[in-house]
Ligand binder design. Structure first.
Ligand SMILES: O=C(CO)COP(=O)(O)O
Length: 229
């Protein structure tokens, strides 16, 4: 299983370090087949010791240059970061990244050999139109994306389940994952209100290879509880 924590705009450099110190201790006894990813805010990137991979939540597709407010390859290389989250719904919908930009980022970081956690997900109004509309929407988010890239992990995160406390149902996750898996042969994570209370139910679903956790990952005890559930 893959357990990924997306801190979003939470935690500082100090609290990330404290979190990872505790997590590193706990992960000494984790199952060797499980993989743990942490995506802290950019200000908390660093070289940390532990059985986890640190990734960046976003970066610009350039080594360095005149891109005010962005970080690029040069800043990531300082900390040995080779993992990136691309296509998160908050970047698409709140920060205005369209599919063309998302695909450009993907191509750039693929060319750099990054491991990419690529996010897709539909809004509630799409879900309410039924399975066909959901799949059409999700597949449109693969435009320009190389689904055969060997360092690709895909995360399905229905927007209506993010930060709402209301996860998708087992049936919704199961059928969406099954349909998605007809299009690629890569690990597929589920994200959206994953928490200790529902982790077992979600990871037991066929076609779920792991989880991408927001709110419930912010507390190291709760995140560890999920890894060891
Ligand atoms: O967006 C998410 C992870 O990327 C999910 O967030 P929540 O776990 O807070 O619903």
């Amino acid at each position: 299983m893959i357990f990924a924590a997306n801190f979003k705009m939470n935690h500082t450099r100090a609290t990330t370090k404290a979190y990872l110190d505790v997590l590193a201790q706990k992960l000494v006894s984790k199952c060797s087949e499980d993989r743990v990813f942490i995506f802290p805010p950019a200000t908390a990137l660093d070289r940390y010791e532990g059985d986890f991979t640190i990734g960046v939540q976003n970066a610009y597709m350039a080594e360095s240059g005149a891109y005010t407010g962005e970080i690029g390859l040069e800043q990531l290389e300082e900390f040995g970061i080779k993992t990136i989250l691309i296509g998160h719904s908050e970047r698409r919908d709140v920060l205005g990244e369209d599919q063309a930009l998302v695909a450009e980022k993907f191509a750039y970081f693929k060319a750099q050999g990054f491991e990419i956690v690529y996010c897709i997900g539909e809004a509630l109004e799409v879900r309410e139109k039924g399975d066909e509309a959901v799949m059409a929407h999700l597949l449109s988010q693969f435009e320009g994306i190389d689904l055969s890239y060997e360092k690709l992990i895909i995360a399905y995160e229905p927007i209506w389940a993010i930060g709402t406390g209301r996860s998708a149902t087992t049936e919704e996750i199961s059928s969406t994952h099954a349909s998605l898996k007809e299009h690629f042969d890569r690990p597929l994570l589920y994200g959206g209100s994953v928490k200790p209370e529902n982790i077992k139910e979600i990871t037991a679903i066929d076609g779920v290879d792991g989880v991408l956790v927001g709110s419930a990952s912010l507390d190291v005890e709760r995140f560890s509880e999920m890894i060891f559930a």
